[in-house]
Design a protein around this ligand. Structure first.
Ligand SMILES: CC(C)[C@H](C(=O)O)[C@@H](O)C(=O)O
Ligand code: SF4
Length: 469
Protein backbone atom coordinates (compact mmCIF):
# COMPACT_ATOMS: atom_id res chain seq x y z
CA UNK A 1 0.00 0.00 0.00
CA UNK A 2 1.29 3.45 -0.79
CA UNK A 3 2.13 5.86 2.00
CA UNK A 4 -0.74 7.85 3.51
CA UNK A 5 -0.50 11.43 2.24
CA UNK A 6 -1.68 14.81 3.45
CA UNK A 7 -3.70 17.15 1.27
CA UNK A 8 -0.54 19.19 0.73
CA UNK A 9 1.44 16.08 -0.32
CA UNK A 10 -1.23 15.21 -2.88
CA UNK A 11 -1.36 18.62 -4.54
CA UNK A 12 2.43 18.80 -4.51
CA UNK A 13 2.81 15.36 -6.11
CA UNK A 14 0.28 16.23 -8.82
CA UNK A 15 2.29 19.32 -9.81
CA UNK A 16 5.84 18.11 -9.52
CA UNK A 17 7.66 18.50 -12.83
CA UNK A 18 11.21 17.79 -11.66
CA UNK A 19 13.08 17.24 -8.44
CA UNK A 20 16.82 17.45 -7.81
CA UNK A 21 18.82 15.61 -5.16
CA UNK A 22 19.30 18.78 -3.12
CA UNK A 23 15.52 19.20 -2.77
CA UNK A 24 15.15 21.85 -5.45
CA UNK A 25 11.95 21.15 -7.35
CA UNK A 26 10.10 22.52 -10.30
CA UNK A 27 6.33 22.66 -9.95
CA UNK A 28 3.65 23.45 -12.49
CA UNK A 29 1.52 26.51 -11.79
CA UNK A 30 -2.17 26.38 -12.75
CA UNK A 31 -3.17 29.94 -12.05
CA UNK A 32 -1.32 33.23 -11.87
CA UNK A 33 -2.90 36.37 -10.47
CA UNK A 34 -1.20 39.67 -11.19
CA UNK A 35 -1.58 43.12 -9.64
CA UNK A 36 0.03 46.46 -10.38
CA UNK A 37 2.58 46.57 -7.55
CA UNK A 38 4.74 43.49 -8.13
CA UNK A 39 4.41 43.00 -11.88
CA UNK A 40 5.96 45.96 -13.78
CA UNK A 41 9.57 44.70 -13.66
CA UNK A 42 8.42 41.17 -14.46
CA UNK A 43 6.71 42.26 -17.68
CA UNK A 44 9.66 44.50 -18.45
CA UNK A 45 11.97 41.50 -18.08
CA UNK A 46 9.92 39.55 -20.61
CA UNK A 47 9.96 42.48 -22.99
CA UNK A 48 13.74 42.84 -22.78
CA UNK A 49 14.23 39.11 -23.37
CA UNK A 50 11.72 39.10 -26.24
CA UNK A 51 9.57 36.49 -24.48
CA UNK A 52 5.81 35.99 -24.36
CA UNK A 53 3.51 35.09 -21.49
CA UNK A 54 3.50 31.29 -21.68
CA UNK A 55 -0.17 30.75 -20.77
CA UNK A 56 -2.18 33.99 -20.93
CA UNK A 57 -5.47 32.16 -20.18
CA UNK A 58 -4.04 30.97 -16.87
CA UNK A 59 -3.15 34.53 -15.95
CA UNK A 60 -5.50 37.23 -14.67
CA UNK A 61 -4.57 40.84 -13.95
CA UNK A 62 -6.42 43.33 -11.76
CA UNK A 63 -5.64 46.67 -10.10
CA UNK A 64 -6.22 46.94 -6.38
CA UNK A 65 -3.47 48.45 -4.21
CA UNK A 66 -3.12 51.87 -5.79
CA UNK A 67 -6.62 52.64 -6.96
CA UNK A 68 -8.50 55.43 -5.19
CA UNK A 69 -11.79 54.31 -3.63
CA UNK A 70 -13.76 57.48 -4.38
CA UNK A 71 -16.27 57.44 -7.28
CA UNK A 72 -14.40 60.17 -9.17
CA UNK A 73 -11.65 57.67 -10.00
CA UNK A 74 -13.43 56.88 -13.26
CA UNK A 75 -12.37 60.34 -14.42
CA UNK A 76 -8.71 59.52 -13.98
CA UNK A 77 -6.39 58.87 -11.04
CA UNK A 78 -4.99 62.11 -9.63
CA UNK A 79 -2.00 60.74 -7.73
CA UNK A 80 0.79 60.51 -10.28
CA UNK A 81 2.59 57.47 -8.91
CA UNK A 82 -0.65 55.49 -8.70
CA UNK A 83 -1.72 56.60 -12.14
CA UNK A 84 1.56 55.43 -13.67
CA UNK A 85 1.47 52.06 -11.94
CA UNK A 86 -2.15 51.39 -12.92
CA UNK A 87 -1.49 52.48 -16.51
CA UNK A 88 1.54 50.18 -16.68
CA UNK A 89 -0.54 47.13 -15.74
CA UNK A 90 -3.21 48.04 -18.28
CA UNK A 91 -0.56 48.36 -21.00
CA UNK A 92 1.26 45.17 -20.01
CA UNK A 93 -1.96 43.17 -19.97
CA UNK A 94 -2.80 44.49 -23.43
CA UNK A 95 0.67 43.86 -24.85
CA UNK A 96 0.90 40.32 -23.46
CA UNK A 97 -2.70 39.24 -24.08
CA UNK A 98 -3.65 38.83 -20.41
CA UNK A 99 -7.22 39.40 -19.23
CA UNK A 100 -7.37 42.60 -17.17
CA UNK A 101 -9.96 44.19 -14.88
CA UNK A 102 -9.50 47.95 -14.72
CA UNK A 103 -10.99 50.25 -12.07
CA UNK A 104 -13.87 50.85 -14.49
CA UNK A 105 -14.77 47.14 -14.65
CA UNK A 106 -17.29 45.92 -12.09
CA UNK A 107 -15.31 42.68 -11.74
CA UNK A 108 -12.38 44.73 -10.40
CA UNK A 109 -11.42 44.35 -6.77
CA UNK A 110 -8.76 42.97 -4.46
CA UNK A 111 -7.00 40.20 -6.33
CA UNK A 112 -7.71 37.59 -3.62
CA UNK A 113 -11.41 38.36 -3.68
CA UNK A 114 -11.60 38.45 -7.47
CA UNK A 115 -9.94 35.04 -8.09
CA UNK A 116 -12.47 32.97 -6.11
CA UNK A 117 -15.36 35.13 -7.28
CA UNK A 118 -14.60 34.41 -10.92
CA UNK A 119 -14.08 30.67 -10.40
CA UNK A 120 -10.45 31.25 -11.40
CA UNK A 121 -9.47 29.71 -8.05
CA UNK A 122 -10.30 25.99 -7.97
CA UNK A 123 -9.50 23.08 -5.65
CA UNK A 124 -6.33 21.09 -6.21
CA UNK A 125 -4.66 23.86 -8.18
CA UNK A 126 -1.37 25.59 -7.63
CA UNK A 127 -1.99 29.33 -7.52
CA UNK A 128 0.55 32.11 -7.21
CA UNK A 129 0.56 35.89 -7.15
CA UNK A 130 3.21 38.45 -6.33
CA UNK A 131 1.45 39.04 -3.05
CA UNK A 132 1.79 37.44 0.37
CA UNK A 133 -1.93 37.06 0.97
CA UNK A 134 -2.26 34.63 -1.91
CA UNK A 135 -2.64 32.12 0.91
CA UNK A 136 -6.34 33.16 0.88
CA UNK A 137 -7.02 30.77 -2.01
CA UNK A 138 -6.02 27.82 0.16
CA UNK A 139 -9.59 27.97 1.49
CA UNK A 140 -10.55 26.05 -1.67
CA UNK A 141 -8.01 23.30 -1.15
CA UNK A 142 -5.63 24.96 -3.60
CA UNK A 143 -1.90 25.24 -2.90
CA UNK A 144 -1.56 29.01 -3.04
CA UNK A 145 1.25 31.29 -2.02
CA UNK A 146 2.90 34.60 -2.64
CA UNK A 147 5.98 34.97 -4.85
CA UNK A 148 8.54 37.71 -5.48
CA UNK A 149 8.76 39.81 -8.64
CA UNK A 150 11.55 37.72 -10.23
CA UNK A 151 9.37 34.65 -9.66
CA UNK A 152 6.44 36.48 -11.23
CA UNK A 153 8.58 36.84 -14.34
CA UNK A 154 9.55 33.15 -14.16
CA UNK A 155 5.91 32.05 -13.92
CA UNK A 156 4.82 34.42 -16.69
CA UNK A 157 7.51 33.00 -18.96
CA UNK A 158 7.28 29.29 -18.09
CA UNK A 159 4.15 28.61 -16.00
CA UNK A 160 6.44 26.83 -13.54
CA UNK A 161 8.11 27.76 -10.27
CA UNK A 162 11.23 26.60 -8.45
CA UNK A 163 10.31 25.48 -4.95
CA UNK A 164 11.35 23.15 -2.20
CA UNK A 165 8.78 21.12 -0.38
CA UNK A 166 7.54 22.51 2.92
CA UNK A 167 6.72 20.52 6.05
CA UNK A 168 3.18 19.55 7.01
CA UNK A 169 1.45 21.22 9.95
CA UNK A 170 -2.08 20.61 11.16
CA UNK A 171 -4.08 23.21 13.04
CA UNK A 172 -7.27 21.62 14.29
CA UNK A 173 -9.98 23.76 15.81
CA UNK A 174 -12.35 21.42 17.59
CA UNK A 175 -15.91 22.08 18.69
CA UNK A 176 -18.28 24.91 17.91
CA UNK A 177 -17.34 28.58 18.01
CA UNK A 178 -19.63 30.55 20.37
CA UNK A 179 -21.96 33.26 19.07
CA UNK A 180 -20.00 36.41 18.21
CA UNK A 181 -16.75 34.50 17.58
CA UNK A 182 -15.94 34.63 13.88
CA UNK A 183 -13.35 33.29 11.45
CA UNK A 184 -11.28 36.41 12.16
CA UNK A 185 -11.23 35.65 15.88
CA UNK A 186 -10.27 32.05 15.19
CA UNK A 187 -7.26 32.97 13.04
CA UNK A 188 -6.16 35.77 15.40
CA UNK A 189 -6.32 33.26 18.26
CA UNK A 190 -4.25 30.77 16.26
CA UNK A 191 -1.59 33.39 15.51
CA UNK A 192 -1.63 34.45 19.15
CA UNK A 193 -0.99 30.82 20.04
CA UNK A 194 1.73 29.90 17.52
CA UNK A 195 3.30 33.36 17.05
CA UNK A 196 4.24 35.07 13.80
CA UNK A 197 7.04 32.57 13.20
CA UNK A 198 5.02 29.54 14.33
CA UNK A 199 4.32 28.24 10.85
CA UNK A 200 7.78 28.89 9.37
CA UNK A 201 8.76 26.24 6.79
CA UNK A 202 5.32 24.63 6.95
CA UNK A 203 2.11 24.49 5.00
CA UNK A 204 -0.74 24.58 7.49
CA UNK A 205 -3.83 22.48 6.94
CA UNK A 206 -6.80 23.76 8.96
CA UNK A 207 -9.30 21.15 10.10
CA UNK A 208 -11.78 20.42 12.84
CA UNK A 209 -15.45 21.16 13.39
CA UNK A 210 -15.08 24.92 13.80
CA UNK A 211 -13.27 25.16 10.44
CA UNK A 212 -15.79 22.88 8.68
CA UNK A 213 -18.59 25.04 10.09
CA UNK A 214 -17.19 28.17 8.44
CA UNK A 215 -18.62 29.48 5.18
CA UNK A 216 -16.24 29.81 2.22
CA UNK A 217 -15.90 33.49 3.14
CA UNK A 218 -14.84 32.56 6.66
CA UNK A 219 -12.42 29.93 5.40
CA UNK A 220 -10.84 32.56 3.16
CA UNK A 221 -10.40 34.84 6.19
CA UNK A 222 -8.57 32.05 8.02
CA UNK A 223 -6.30 31.11 5.11
CA UNK A 224 -5.68 34.79 4.29
CA UNK A 225 -3.93 35.33 7.61
CA UNK A 226 -1.97 32.07 7.56
CA UNK A 227 0.91 34.09 6.23
CA UNK A 228 0.88 36.21 9.40
CA UNK A 229 1.58 33.00 11.29
CA UNK A 230 4.71 32.56 9.19
CA UNK A 231 3.50 29.57 7.16
CA UNK A 232 4.10 29.22 3.44
CA UNK A 233 0.45 28.50 2.74
CA UNK A 234 -2.82 27.49 4.37
CA UNK A 235 -5.12 24.73 3.17
CA UNK A 236 -8.65 23.59 3.88
CA UNK A 237 -9.91 20.40 2.25
CA UNK A 238 -12.71 21.12 -0.22
CA UNK A 239 -16.22 19.87 0.58
CA UNK A 240 -19.82 20.38 -0.56
CA UNK A 241 -19.69 24.03 0.59
CA UNK A 242 -16.68 24.58 -1.64
CA UNK A 243 -18.36 23.00 -4.68
CA UNK A 244 -21.55 24.96 -4.01
CA UNK A 245 -19.58 28.23 -3.91
CA UNK A 246 -17.79 27.49 -7.18
CA UNK A 247 -20.70 26.15 -9.21
CA UNK A 248 -21.83 28.48 -11.98
CA UNK A 249 -19.00 30.99 -11.57
CA UNK A 250 -17.73 32.43 -14.89
CA UNK A 251 -14.47 30.43 -14.99
CA UNK A 252 -15.75 27.26 -13.27
CA UNK A 253 -15.90 24.03 -15.26
CA UNK A 254 -19.31 23.17 -16.69
CA UNK A 255 -21.31 20.12 -17.76
CA UNK A 256 -19.28 16.95 -17.97
CA UNK A 257 -16.10 18.79 -17.02
CA UNK A 258 -17.81 19.90 -13.82
CA UNK A 259 -18.72 16.32 -12.84
CA UNK A 260 -15.19 15.14 -13.53
CA UNK A 261 -13.72 18.03 -11.58
CA UNK A 262 -15.91 17.36 -8.54
CA UNK A 263 -14.93 13.72 -8.62
CA UNK A 264 -11.26 14.71 -8.49
CA UNK A 265 -11.84 17.42 -5.89
CA UNK A 266 -13.44 14.84 -3.59
CA UNK A 267 -10.11 12.99 -3.48
CA UNK A 268 -8.43 16.10 -2.04
CA UNK A 269 -8.42 15.13 1.61
CA UNK A 270 -5.67 14.00 3.92
CA UNK A 271 -5.50 10.20 4.05
CA UNK A 272 -6.27 8.43 7.29
CA UNK A 273 -2.99 7.82 9.09
CA UNK A 274 -1.02 10.52 7.26
CA UNK A 275 1.52 12.19 9.52
CA UNK A 276 2.05 15.88 10.14
CA UNK A 277 5.37 17.30 11.32
CA UNK A 278 3.53 19.48 13.82
CA UNK A 279 0.02 19.50 15.25
CA UNK A 280 -1.69 22.33 17.14
CA UNK A 281 -5.15 21.88 18.62
CA UNK A 282 -7.50 24.64 19.80
CA UNK A 283 -10.91 24.38 21.38
CA UNK A 284 -13.35 26.75 19.66
CA UNK A 285 -15.73 26.80 22.62
CA UNK A 286 -13.10 28.66 24.67
CA UNK A 287 -12.49 31.40 22.12
CA UNK A 288 -13.58 35.00 22.77
CA UNK A 289 -13.82 37.86 20.28
CA UNK A 290 -10.27 39.10 19.87
CA UNK A 291 -8.56 42.46 19.38
CA UNK A 292 -4.90 43.18 18.72
CA UNK A 293 -3.11 45.59 21.05
CA UNK A 294 0.39 45.88 19.55
CA UNK A 295 2.19 46.16 16.22
CA UNK A 296 2.34 42.48 15.30
CA UNK A 297 -0.58 40.16 14.50
CA UNK A 298 0.53 37.93 17.40
CA UNK A 299 -0.14 40.78 19.86
CA UNK A 300 -3.71 39.74 20.53
CA UNK A 301 -5.98 39.58 23.55
CA UNK A 302 -9.60 38.78 24.39
CA UNK A 303 -11.89 41.80 24.18
CA UNK A 304 -12.54 41.26 27.90
CA UNK A 305 -8.80 41.57 28.58
CA UNK A 306 -6.43 44.40 29.47
CA UNK A 307 -3.40 45.81 27.69
CA UNK A 308 -0.65 43.40 28.82
CA UNK A 309 2.42 44.45 30.79
CA UNK A 310 5.61 43.67 28.80
CA UNK A 311 7.54 43.50 32.09
CA UNK A 312 5.94 40.08 32.55
CA UNK A 313 7.94 38.78 29.57
CA UNK A 314 11.16 36.95 30.50
CA UNK A 315 13.01 37.26 27.21
CA UNK A 316 14.75 40.64 27.15
CA UNK A 317 14.54 41.26 23.41
CA UNK A 318 10.90 40.36 23.30
CA UNK A 319 10.20 42.50 26.35
CA UNK A 320 11.76 45.59 24.83
CA UNK A 321 10.08 45.02 21.48
CA UNK A 322 6.66 44.77 23.15
CA UNK A 323 7.37 47.95 25.15
CA UNK A 324 8.20 49.65 21.90
CA UNK A 325 4.92 48.38 20.43
CA UNK A 326 2.94 49.77 23.36
CA UNK A 327 4.66 53.11 23.07
CA UNK A 328 3.93 53.20 19.35
CA UNK A 329 0.31 52.29 20.04
CA UNK A 330 0.00 54.92 22.78
CA UNK A 331 -1.31 52.38 25.29
CA UNK A 332 -0.64 51.77 28.98
CA UNK A 333 -0.52 48.30 30.58
CA UNK A 334 -3.64 47.44 32.53
CA UNK A 335 -6.03 49.53 30.38
CA UNK A 336 -9.19 47.57 29.65
CA UNK A 337 -9.50 46.97 25.91
CA UNK A 338 -13.13 48.10 26.10
CA UNK A 339 -11.90 51.49 27.36
CA UNK A 340 -9.75 52.07 24.30
CA UNK A 341 -11.32 54.76 22.08
CA UNK A 342 -10.96 54.73 18.29
CA UNK A 343 -10.83 57.59 15.78
CA UNK A 344 -11.27 55.59 12.60
CA UNK A 345 -12.90 52.36 11.52
CA UNK A 346 -11.97 50.48 8.37
CA UNK A 347 -14.10 47.58 7.18
CA UNK A 348 -12.72 45.95 4.06
CA UNK A 349 -9.52 44.26 2.72
CA UNK A 350 -8.87 40.76 1.38
CA UNK A 351 -9.31 39.48 4.94
CA UNK A 352 -12.80 40.82 5.56
CA UNK A 353 -14.10 42.62 2.46
CA UNK A 354 -16.51 39.94 1.26
CA UNK A 355 -20.31 39.98 1.27
CA UNK A 356 -20.66 38.03 4.48
CA UNK A 357 -18.36 40.50 6.26
CA UNK A 358 -20.46 43.43 5.07
CA UNK A 359 -23.63 41.65 6.18
CA UNK A 360 -22.15 41.12 9.64
CA UNK A 361 -21.18 44.79 9.89
CA UNK A 362 -24.58 45.93 8.59
CA UNK A 363 -26.39 43.79 11.17
CA UNK A 364 -24.58 45.78 13.86
CA UNK A 365 -24.97 49.17 12.15
CA UNK A 366 -28.66 48.87 11.32
CA UNK A 367 -30.70 51.67 12.85
CA UNK A 368 -27.72 53.05 14.75
CA UNK A 369 -25.30 55.96 14.30
CA UNK A 370 -21.54 56.13 14.07
CA UNK A 371 -20.17 58.00 17.12
CA UNK A 372 -19.49 61.69 16.47
CA UNK A 373 -15.81 61.15 17.34
CA UNK A 374 -15.33 58.42 14.71
CA UNK A 375 -14.77 58.45 10.99
CA UNK A 376 -15.78 55.06 9.56
CA UNK A 377 -15.59 53.61 6.09
CA UNK A 378 -16.78 50.46 4.36
CA UNK A 379 -14.81 49.37 1.33
CA UNK A 380 -16.25 46.36 -0.54
CA UNK A 381 -13.58 43.91 -1.69
CA UNK A 382 -14.76 43.93 -5.29
CA UNK A 383 -17.26 45.56 -7.63
CA UNK A 384 -19.35 42.40 -7.46
CA UNK A 385 -19.38 42.44 -3.65
CA UNK A 386 -20.45 46.08 -3.86
CA UNK A 387 -23.21 45.26 -6.33
CA UNK A 388 -24.48 42.40 -4.16
CA UNK A 389 -24.39 44.55 -1.02
CA UNK A 390 -26.37 47.29 -2.79
CA UNK A 391 -28.91 44.76 -4.02
CA UNK A 392 -29.43 43.77 -0.38
CA UNK A 393 -29.71 47.41 0.74
CA UNK A 394 -26.59 47.24 2.91
CA UNK A 395 -25.21 50.47 1.45
CA UNK A 396 -28.31 52.32 2.71
CA UNK A 397 -27.91 50.87 6.20
CA UNK A 398 -24.29 52.03 6.28
CA UNK A 399 -24.95 55.46 4.81
CA UNK A 400 -27.85 56.11 7.19
CA UNK A 401 -25.63 55.13 10.10
CA UNK A 402 -22.96 57.58 8.92
CA UNK A 403 -20.39 55.20 7.39
CA UNK A 404 -18.72 56.10 4.10
CA UNK A 405 -19.49 53.67 1.27
CA UNK A 406 -16.56 53.35 -1.13
CA UNK A 407 -15.39 51.81 -4.39
CA UNK A 408 -13.42 48.52 -4.23
CA UNK A 409 -9.68 48.27 -3.60
CA UNK A 410 -7.09 47.59 -0.91
CA UNK A 411 -7.85 51.04 0.50
CA UNK A 412 -6.74 51.67 4.08
CA UNK A 413 -5.38 48.14 4.53
CA UNK A 414 -2.06 49.65 3.55
CA UNK A 415 -0.96 53.18 2.87
CA UNK A 416 -0.46 52.89 -0.89
CA UNK A 417 -3.41 55.06 -1.89
CA UNK A 418 -5.24 58.10 -0.54
CA UNK A 419 -6.97 56.22 2.29
CA UNK A 420 -4.69 56.41 5.28
CA UNK A 421 -4.47 57.22 8.96
CA UNK A 422 -2.98 60.45 10.22
CA UNK A 423 -0.19 60.19 12.83
CA UNK A 424 -1.50 58.79 16.13
CA UNK A 425 -4.98 58.14 14.78
CA UNK A 426 -6.32 54.90 16.20
CA UNK A 427 -8.21 52.54 13.94
CA UNK A 428 -10.37 49.44 14.42
CA UNK A 429 -9.55 47.59 11.23
CA UNK A 430 -10.74 44.35 9.67
CA UNK A 431 -7.47 43.99 7.75
CA UNK A 432 -4.59 41.62 8.53
CA UNK A 433 -1.52 43.64 9.46
CA UNK A 434 -0.97 46.07 12.32
CA UNK A 435 2.69 46.83 11.59
CA UNK A 436 4.07 50.29 12.35
CA UNK A 437 3.00 52.67 9.61
CA UNK A 438 0.90 50.04 7.86
CA UNK A 439 -2.20 52.23 7.56
CA UNK A 440 -0.30 55.50 7.45
CA UNK A 441 2.71 57.12 9.09
CA UNK A 442 2.44 56.67 12.89
CA UNK A 443 -1.09 55.29 12.49
CA UNK A 444 -2.31 52.84 15.15
CA UNK A 445 -4.07 49.70 13.96
CA UNK A 446 -6.16 47.27 15.98
CA UNK A 447 -7.17 44.10 14.12
CA UNK A 448 -10.74 42.93 14.72
CA UNK A 449 -13.67 41.16 13.05
CA UNK A 450 -16.20 43.12 10.95
CA UNK A 451 -18.89 43.00 13.66
CA UNK A 452 -16.42 44.20 16.29
CA UNK A 453 -15.25 47.01 14.00
CA UNK A 454 -18.81 48.15 13.31
CA UNK A 455 -19.66 48.08 17.02
CA UNK A 456 -16.53 50.14 17.81
CA UNK A 457 -17.64 52.69 15.20
CA UNK A 458 -20.96 53.11 16.93
CA UNK A 459 -19.76 53.18 20.52
CA UNK A 460 -16.56 55.13 19.81
CA UNK A 461 -14.51 52.49 21.66
CA UNK A 462 -14.06 48.73 21.55
CA UNK A 463 -16.98 46.68 22.83
CA UNK A 464 -17.61 43.01 23.39
CA UNK A 465 -19.89 42.05 20.54
CA UNK A 466 -21.36 39.33 22.75
CA UNK A 467 -22.88 42.05 24.93
CA UNK A 468 -24.38 43.78 21.91
CA UNK A 469 -28.15 43.95 22.10
C1 LIG B 1 2.06 45.19 -2.01
C2 LIG B 1 2.11 43.71 -1.80
C3 LIG B 1 3.35 43.17 -2.40
C4 LIG B 1 1.91 43.31 -0.35
C5 LIG B 1 1.98 41.82 -0.09
O1 LIG B 1 2.81 41.09 -0.60
O2 LIG B 1 1.23 41.30 0.69
C6 LIG B 1 0.56 43.83 0.15
O3 LIG B 1 -0.51 43.25 -0.51
C7 LIG B 1 0.43 43.61 1.63
O4 LIG B 1 -0.63 43.18 2.07
O5 LIG B 1 1.39 43.92 2.35
S1 SF4 C 1 -6.18 44.18 0.91
FE1 SF4 C 1 -4.33 44.49 2.12
S2 SF4 C 1 -3.52 42.49 2.53
FE2 SF4 C 1 -4.96 42.29 0.88
S3 SF4 C 1 -3.72 42.42 -0.97
FE3 SF4 C 1 -4.47 44.47 -0.51
S4 SF4 C 1 -2.87 45.40 0.70
FE4 SF4 C 1 -2.45 43.21 0.71
Amino acid sequence: MSKARTLYDKIWDDHLVDSQDDGTCLIYIDRHLVHEVTSPQAFEGLRLAGRKVHAPVKTLAVVDHNVPTTPDRVNGIKNEESRIQVAALAQNALDFGVEYYSEKDKRQGIVHIVGPEQGFTLPGMTIVCGDSHTSTHGAFGALAHGIGTSEVEHVLATQTLIQSKAKNMLVRVDGKAPEGVTAKDIILAIIGEIGTAGGTGHVIEFAGEAIRDLSMEGRMTVCNMTIEGGARAGLIAPDEKTFEYIKGRPRAPQGEAWDKAVEYWKSLTTDEGAEYDRVVVLDAANLPPIVSWGSSPEDVIAITGEVPNPDDIKDENKRSSKWRALKYMGLTPGTKMTDVAVDRVFIGSCTNGRIEDLRAAAAVAKGRKVASTVNAMIVPGSGLVKEQAEAEGLDKIFLEAGFEWREPGCSMCLAMNDDRLKPEERCASTSNRNFEGRQGYKGRTHLVSPAMAAAAAIEGHFVDIRDWK
